[in-house]
Every structure is written in structure tokens, then in C-alpha cells.
Design a protein around this ligand. Structure first.
Ligand code: ATP
Ligand code: MG
Length: 553
């Protein structure tokens, strides 16, 4: 990823300078997800950034689960996150780390602050604490417990730890400045009482550290040099630094903020994504409509295309919304270059070629890919009856319609030119079959009589083909900003985000498609065999048309 000629982004510039100046012998970054959901495409940006920086500068990147919040976290998410990071092509340094494994140290550091007169146990209720805190324009007031003795605070803290007090009745707070212009510095809470079991530490703790009290110190313990987070933490940096300055930490990491990824037509919050799963708007976290890494994987996106997208959007110091068409462009571009071609008829209509011998069959050859000789050529059985797509036939049509029309010609891709004679209908007037004729000698040649076909359509032989279901996926939301304007996201869900088609017909090689394998179904789009289902089911990854490349490139 480093090997392109893009100018260095601001973080690369900082790291390069630090390394040149000998500030650090090597760069160590980390990706610190909270295991409260599956990773989404926004996390992919952070992963590519943190692991990418380590890769570019010959350093290391840790994977650390930020599991300081016992109630929302689950082991299922831990495993899914590890799988996603690996799938994206990255390997963390050493073992996976857990914030919870530093709980003992964090607790000792909390005691250290109390002893230094820099923290105290406060008995204000959360409600009271809020009123004491002041506002952006008014200073806060000191808590009446602020001058409690060191001994008393130490004793209370220990009793909080073992579960002597109820949730919300006490908290450990830093003693900084209740009139500070930055609200985060107004005696922030370090520990709160939570009588919850934790997936790593069980029932050992009745208190859990706040994110701010844990995060920077964890970085310091791991010798992280550049602690990279999203912009909403800018206001927390002062506090991050206060802890680093006031605690006996083994190293002094620095925090840098970058703009988070927002994508149009997409929501990027684990909380909302979890709601979509829980309320069954989608079929699990890896539903191919979900903007999760697991969802994209199942949809047929390659890891390379996601990494490329993250590289394309770059890293800046401001937030913005990226057009989802850009992500779609990245996968389309990848599949166009790499996906083998195949023919598939989504909505089959039988064509009987009346002048083709009933007992005859032949095999026609088709390339695996128009410009990839390494992809094996295909052998397509051909016979008197073929399926074409019902949309590719009309009794009459204007000149713009370049498919099969009564009395007109079309080429069956890689095979003959045919001419349609008759449409057979059922009692209700629906076309159920087309009678047509093969124009002899037209495999690889134009008709000798000079009447050229206007178009080319896909087909499969009736006597020998693969049959399967297809799931056509569309965007999950109908509006560019599903969470904008105070609307409930459920109102913006696209009712047609999934269309299931049964009894689709494809060329017989598709019977051997591997789970997860991708194809271009010619004239239809990019599809991949579902990676989970044993039945033959193909998911549409993306259509063929690229709006982004045309509009903006
Ligand atoms: P969410 O609101 O979706 O839960 P989060 O920031 O709470 O996101 P974490 O698990 O805490 O999720 O995030 C792990 C890392 O991923 C953090 O460093 C965070 O900054 C980064 N991250 C999360 N969302 C995005 C995004 N949309 N763009 C870039 N980085 C992101
Ligand atoms: Mg979070």
C-alpha cells in the first residue's frame, strides 16, 4: 500500500519526521476496537491506516480490544473482529491484547493519583454531578467531597472495588479544575461502579475504568508511539496528556486525530447496525447488505478492493461524506480485471431452434476473460433448445432495442446468430416459448447474406446447464443520509434491497463454483457464490454500470 506515488498524508509526514529525528527507534501503532459489534467499513479505514503506517515505516501494529465496558461486549465480536482484520490482510504484532488485562495496573495508577492528591472519591449522584459540572459558558463548582483525605478516598476506592456500594453512589474522579475551559478537564470520572460480569475478568471487579482513564495508559503500557483516533477525541487530548504526565507510565505516546469515514447511503455506527440485526431488518451482521466487513466479504468484495478504497479516500484532518459509488467503483474495477466470465439467464425463456437437428449437440468455446489468458477457457454445450432472458425478446421493438425481435436477428454470445420467427403464448397471452432459426456458419463469422445482428445476448443450453437461486442486492437505504434530519433509520430502509430469484439458469461450469468465488455474469453484473449456504446460490456483488467513474473521474 505504501508503494504508490501519492504524497505523504499528514500522519506519514509526522512519523517520518519523528523517525528521522530519532524521537522513536520504531513506530508502534494500534487498532483498538470495542468488541460491541462487528467491524464496519469505517473501521477498515482505521485498520488500513494503523496497520498501513506500521507497514510503511517498518514498525508494528497491535490489536487491542478496548473492553473496559462490561455490559455490551461479547466474545462473538472478539472472534469476528480478529477474522476481519486478518481477512483484510493484516497481522497484529504478538498476541491479541485486551484493555482488561491492564485493570490491575490501572487500579494501582488510580491509587497513585489519590495518594498524590490528584483524585478523590466523590459521592455526588450522577444527577448532582451534572449540575456541578457547569456548562460551556459557565464554570463548574467543586464537589463537596473534593477535599476528602487521601486515606478516606483510598479506603472508599478499595471498598468500591470489592462491591460494597451500589452503582451510581460513588465514583473516583480526577482533581483537575472545575473551571477549565475544556469540560473534559472538570474533574472527570476515572472509575464507576458496575456490578457486571466481564467476559475476560469474570466477577473480579465491581468497578470499571472510564475510556479516558484507560485508553492513553494502555497505549503507554504497549509503548505505542502514535495513538491515532478520530476527530471527536480532539477535546479529550488534553486529558489524555494529563494522565500521561501525572502517572508513572513507561512511555509517552501522543494522540493524533483524523477524519472518520462517512459514506452516503450507509450508516456507520455499531449501535445502529446492531439494531438492524436485532430487529431483523437484515439477516445477521454478515448480511451482504450490511456495511460490515463480514457483509462485504459475503457480498463478494475482495479485501484488495477495500484496501484500495481506503487508500483512495486518503487521510485528512476533517470529516466528510464519501460517495458510496466510490467504494462500488473500487470493487467493480477489481472484479472487471479479475473475475472469470460466465453466462447466466436470470429469467429464462425457452427458444427452440427449429432448423437445428434434434439429435445434434455441439460444444462452443468461450474465453475465461476477455484479456486474461491465465483464466481457463470455457466449453459451452449447445443444442436445439436454449434459454435466453425473457427481457431479451420482444415481438416488436424500436431501433434502440438491440436484442431479439420477431423477424430480426441477434447473436447468441460465443455461438450462432439466430433469427426469431414466432412467439408461442399461453392462454393468458404470456410468451412461453420462441421459435427461431440458426443462421448456418455464423460461429465466429457474420452471416453470409450480409444481414448482421444488432446485438449480442447471453444464453444457456436447455439440455445441459446449472440451475441455482440468485439474490439481487441493492442499497439498504434509499436516502444519502439515513441518519440525517432526525429521522428514524427504519423509515429510510429500501424495501427492495433484496430480490430472490429462483430457477435461474447458468452455464454448467457454475456447478463447480467454489463458495465465495466471484464471476462476471455477462450483461448482468458481478456475482459470487454464497460462502455460507451449501445450496448453489449466487449473490449479486454489484451491477455493471459505474456511475462514479463516469461522473467524477
Ligand atoms: P461505532 O460508533 O461504530 O461503535 P467506535 O468508534 O465506537 O465506532 P470502536 O470500536 O471504538 O468504534 O473503534 C475502533 C477504532 O476504529 C477507533 O480507533 C475509531 O476511531 C475507529 N473508527 C470507528 N469508526 C470509524 C470511521 N467511521 N472512520 C474511521 N475510523 C473509525
Ligand atoms: Mg465506541
Amino acid at each position: 500500500m505504501s508503494a504508490d506515488d501519492k504524497p505523504l498524508n499528514f500522519l506519514e509526514q509526522i512519523i517520518k519526521k519523528d523517525l528521522e529525528a530519532g524521537v522513536h527507534p520504531k513506530v508502534i501503532t494500534r487498532f483498538p476496537p470495542e468488541p460491541n459489534g462487528y467491524l464496519h467499513i469505517g473501521h477498515a479505514k482505521s485498520i488500513c491506516l494503523n496497520f498501513g503506517l506500521a507497514e510503511t515505516f517498518g514498525g508494528e501494529c497491535n490489536l487491542r480490544f478496548d473492553d473496559t465496558n462490561p455490559e455490551k461486549e461479547e466474545m462473538e465480536y472478539v472472534e469476528a473482529i480478529k477474522e476481519d482484520v486478518r481477512w483484510l490482510g493484516f497481522q497484529w504484532a504478538g498476541d491479541v491484547r485486551y484493555a482488561s488485562s491492564y485493570f490491575d495496573t490501572l487500579y494501582q495508577w488510580a491509587q497513585h493519583l489519590v495518594r498524590e492528591g490528584k483524585a478523590y472519591v466523590c459521592d455526588l449522584t450522577p444527577e448532582q454531578a451534572r449540575t456541578y459540572r457547569g456548562t460551556l459558558t459557565e464554570p463548574g463548582k467543586n464537589s463537596p467531597y473534593r477535599e476528602r483525605s487521601v486515606e478516606e478516598s483510598l479506603d472508599l476506592l478499595d471498598r468500591m472495588r470489592v462491591g460494597e456500594f451500589d452503582e451510581g453512589t460513588k465514583a473516583l474522579r480526577a482533581k483537575i479544575d472545575m473551571a477549565h475551559g475544556n469540560m473534559n478537564m472538570r474533574d472527570p470520572i476515572l472509575y464507576r461502579i458496575r456490578k457486571q460480569e466481564h467476559h475476560q475478568t469474570g466477577n473480579k471487579w465491581s468497578i470499571y475504568p472510564m475510556y479516558d482513564f484507560a485508553h492513553g495508559q494502555e497505549d503507554a503500557i504497549e509503548n505505542i508511539t502514535h495513538s491515532i483516533c478520530t476527530l471527536e477525541f480532539s477535546d479529550h487530548r488534553a486529558l489524555y496528556e494529563w494522565f500521561i504526565e501525572n502517572l508513572p507510565v513507561p512511555s509517552k505516546p501522543r494522540q493524533y486525530e483524523f477524519g472518520r469515514l462517512n459514506l452516503s447511503y450507509t450508516v456507520m455506527s455499531k449501535r445502529i447496525l446492531k439494531r438492524l440485526v436485532d430487529e431483523k431488518h437484515v439477516d445477521g451482521w454478515d448480511d451482504p447488505r450490511m456495511p460490515t466487513i463480514a457483509g462485504y466479504r459475503r457480498r463478494g468484495y475482495s479485501a484488495a478492493s477495500i484496501r484500495k478504497f481506503c487508500n483512495m479516500i486518503g487521510v485528512t484532518k476533517s470529516d466528510g461524506v464519501v460517495d458510496v459509488a466510490m467504494l462500488e467503483h473500487a470493487i467493480r474495477d477489481d472484479l472487471d480485471k479479475n473475475a472469470p466470465r460466465a453466462m447466466c439467464v436470470l429469467n429464462p425463456l425457452k427458444v427452440v431452434l427449429t432448423n437445428y437437428d434434434e439429435n445434434k449437440t455441439e460444444v462452443v468455446a468461450a474465453p475465461g476473460h476477455p484479456n486474461r489468458e491465465d483464466l481457463p477457457a470455457r466449453e459451452l454445450p449447445f443444442g436445439r433448445e436454449v434459454f435466453i432472458d425473457a427481457d431479451d425478446f420482444r415481438e416488436e421493438a424500436n431501433k434502440k432495442y438491440k436484442r431479439l425481435v420477431l423477424g430480426k436477428r441477434v447473436r447468441l454470445r460465443n455461438a450462432y446468430v439466430i433469427e426469431a420467427d414466432e412467439a408461442i403464448k399461453d392462454d393468458a397471452g404470456n410468451i412461453i416459448e420462441v421459435r427461431a432459426r440458426v443462421i448456418e456458419g455464423t460461429i465466429g463469422n457474420n452471416p453470409e447474406d450480409g444481414v448482421k445482428p444488432k446485438g449480442v445476448i447471453q444464453w444457456v443450453a436447455v439440455h445441459d446447464h446449472a440451475e441455482f437461486s440468485v439474490r439481487l442486492y441493492d442499497r439498504l437505504f434509499t436516502v444519502p443520509a439515513p441518519t440525517g434530519g432526525g429521522k428514524d433509520i427504519a423509515e429510510s430502509l429500501n424495501p427492495e434491497s433484496l430480490t430472490l430469484l429462483k430457477n435461474c439458469k447458468g452455464e454448467k461450469g457454475l456447478l463447480h463454483a467454489e463458495q465465495g468465488q466471484g464471476f462476471q455474469f455477462e450483461r448482468e453484473g458481478y456475482f459470487c457464490r454464497d460462502a455460507k449456504l451449501d445450496d448453489l446460490v449466487f449473490n449479486r456483488t454489484i451491477g455493471l454500470r459505474d456511475s462514479w467513474a463516469k461522473l467524477d473521474n
